[in-house]
Design a protein around this ligand. Structure first.
Ligand code: F6R
Length: 364
């Protein structure tokens, strides 16, 4: 089953172009029909005024990315919370809220319990984005969007995350249409979804360059990941991947928070990874990064190849493919998946079965 790959994780990283294309086309492709989410989706979507996302781990990070899309593109207020917190908190419910759970396995105990507990609150309905058909979350939700990642065997989630983002962008389009998303903007988003497998393929072609960067992390015990805006959750996902498979302690911060504490940690033993595509925040991020460099920190900058970052002493730049904004969270995540993978392999950890972790967390 592994074919030419040394690990399932690497195989699953490389399966992403196919998994993304399959997810998009199985959901109707460019039409982005409401029916991709279930028979009564149109009726529920018409009543949605807000979205509450609940998930765990990597699926939670997908929800964090989607919050930016739902608010910016669809104009819909969105909250995101880890399931184990959501369940145990007294909440104030905005009328017209859609409860959206996200789960690869469809069996995560806390997420399932959150859905069950929420049953009594007045949500307009529940939607799950899941990778396993007929799983508990799929059976118990009003609406379902199935990702077509195929079986994910590596404990560290890779292709499930990126295919979840396809479902979340399609949901943003479906809800956005009802809320003034211009037709031309919808067409751009659909075009980006269509081209996504190609941008991911171009990112996979950077594998050798990413492996070369990864060597610097092998002797390290800590790493910081920085991002701004929608790339902050990408930094969180990159840091989770690194800690779970390489056992290097990693933390993610929104870049602007650096000087409010974590900058004190930065020295020549603390590599700093910056998710810095050429967006409008780049200049600010550059000045944040300057502060780190002057303290002896080593920077690893993942930047759009058109952004004008160049490598210099203690600043190593990985030039990423140029692509539409909405594709960036996906391709930067793929690059960070490869970074973690290569660090872990060179450290000799059990990449597919990291210690203490289970693929499906069915206990609370
Ligand atoms: C990290 C990872 C976990 C899962 C989390 C939720 O790589 O795999 O953080 O994302 O346990 O699992 P699902 O998505 O199955 O609900």
């Amino acid at each position: 089953e592994l074919g030419d790959y040394d690990h399932y994780m690497l195989k699953e990283i490389y399966e992403q172009p196919r998994a993304l294309a399959a997810t998009f086309s199985a959901a109707g492709g460019h039409e982005v029909a409401d029916s991709a989410f279930g028979e009564c989706a149109a009726e529920i979507f018409d009543r949605v005024k807000a979205v509450q996302i609940v998930a765990c781990g990597t699926s939670f990070h997908a929800g964090m990315v989607a919050r930016y899309w739902l608010e910016e593109l669809a104009g819909i207020p969105c909250e995101v919370e880890v399931a184990s917190e959501f369940r145990y908190r007294k909440r104030v419910q905005i009328p017209g809220t859609l409860l959206l759970t996200i789960s690869q396995s469809g069996e995560t105990a806390d997420t399932l319990a959150a859905l069950r507990d929420a049953g009594t609150d007045d949500f307009v309905g529940s939607l799950v984005i899941a990778n396993v058909d007929n799983s508990s979350l799929v059976r118990e939700s009003d609406l379902v969007f199935l990702t077509r990642a195929g079986a994910e065997i590596g404990v560290a989630s890779t292709k499930a995350f990126t295919t979840q983002l396809v479902g979340l962008l399609m949901l943003t389009i479906a809800l956005g249409r009802r809320n003034g998303l211009p037709q031309g903007r919808e067409q751009e988003l659909v075009n980006a979804l269509h081209a996504l497998p190609d941008y991911v393929q171009q990112t996979l072609a950077l594998d050798t360059a990413i492996k070369a960067l990864s060597e610097a992390f092998i002797p390290k015990h800590h790493a910081l990941f920085l991002g701004r805006g929608i790339h902050y959750p990408v930094a969180m996902e990159g840091s989770l991947k690194l800690k779970e498979i390489s056992y290097i302690h990693a933390e993610a911060y929104p870049a602007g928070e650096l000087k409010h504490g974590p900058l004190a940690l930065v020295d020549d033993d603390m590599p700093v990874v910056a998710v810095a595509p050429g967006d409008e925040l780049l200049e600010k991020l550059k000045s944040n990064l300057e502060e780190v460099r002057s303290r002896g920190g080593e920077l690893f900058v993942f930047a759009d190849r058109q952004a004008g970052f160049t490598s210099e002493p203690r600043v190593r730049v990985l030039a990423m493919p140029h692509c539409p904004e909405v594709a960036k969270p996906i391709i930067y995540t793929v690059a960070l998946q490869l970074l973690s993978y290569h660090v872990a392999v060179q450290k000799g950890t059990d990449v597919d079965k990291p210690r203490n972790l289970a693929k499906s967390v069915t206990v609370e």
